[in-house]
Design a protein around this ligand. Sequence first.
Ligand SMILES: Cc1ncc(COP(=O)(O)O)c(C=O)c1O
Length: 425
Amino acid sequence: MTDHIQRHNDVLAPVIGFNTPLHIVEAEGIWVRDSEGNKWADFACGTAVTNLGHNHPNVVRAAKDQLDRLVHSGMIFHYDTSVEAAERLRSITPPSIEKFAFANSGAEAVEAAVKLAKYTTQRQGVLTFRGGFHGRTMGSVAYTTSKAKYRDGYHPVLGSVFVTPFPHPYRWGVSPDEAVERALDELHLIFKHVVSPSNIACFLVEPVQGEGGYYPAPPAFLSELRSLADEHGILLLYDEVQTGFGRTAEWFAADHFDAKPDIMAMGKGIANGLPLSSYGASREIIDGWPPGSHGTTYGGNPVAAAAAAAVIDTMGELLPGARELSKHAFERFEELAEKHPTIGDVRGLGLMIGVELVEDPESRAPDADAFKHVKAHGLENELIIISCGPDANIIRFIPALVTTREELDWAIDLVDEGLTSWESR
Ligand SMILES: Cc1ncc(COP(=O)(O)O)c(C=O)c1O
């Protein structure tokens, strides 16, 4: 154990788990470095946050400029950068999302967005989807069902939260159409037996399930949720905390679908690493939420908001390249899937790519050891990758938008090598 890890373990709570033992002192672009000058390419993007690469100069400059002028407001006085960030958000979110508020983390944005839905509809119920991840605070963990572990030890969690299946075609061994049909049948059974739609404030859904296994929603599923929401006065709330800010090679996952949300929660990539999150809705919805019904001391902090404005100013011109990178990555992983029986499925959207590793194609039994092997091979060769899914057997491949094609190919070659050595063990 290194000195640093010993000091860490002495004073820091083990509950906050780390994905690698690396001790990093500086970072730039896709590269992070330790104190001895060793470097690794961060294909985890600090868990889907540094979509522009670490320490992007535009973001660092905007934050430093703001640091020199004004660091904090705490709801006492007005300042420029939250308005500037919100104006830019309005220019990139779907037209249904017109006004915004800020918070500090994804979980906080989700909780606030749900509060807004409850307040607007004056209903108590929240309908969420099995496999979803929405955070770990006491409210948001009630919506999180990606792993039982996140809720174990905390029951009872919040009441009137109803969980229904999200379509998982590969895991269920069915086509996307069949998976949608099955998931919708279950949703209708909930409405018949458990709770009437008139009690539901919102559907809370990730357009691409993230932590739960990188499952893009089949478009028909979101369209049906949109129609059911319209029919029953339910609000459609997209959790775009992970899918936002270029992660799917568009500004938001919502851009890939016809079904648009009534409320949207955002976080992670919004300020490229400074702590910030946001949620937005139509004028009609947000203007009906009176001052003081919700609040925050730090949310929309001037420095983090300046960083968010810089992220939005910088990211637009990177999106076309991200689409090309995505196309190339999917082609490469699909080629690898032909060659490696350990790859059961390749799925995702844009640069949010899941490569599911299994013991064999017939049983589709999740193979977490295969993932551990590929991850270790990466780390030995300067590549950081992380997993997702309840069985930790899915490579969560999330390059920064600034990754070059050569860097992408190098990382995929390392996955290829790792799988070859795993399969010939
Ligand atoms: C979709 C989604 N929602 C919410 C969260 C919670 O965000 P945070 O960890 O910033 O609270 C996450 C984090 O991974 C997420 O992926």
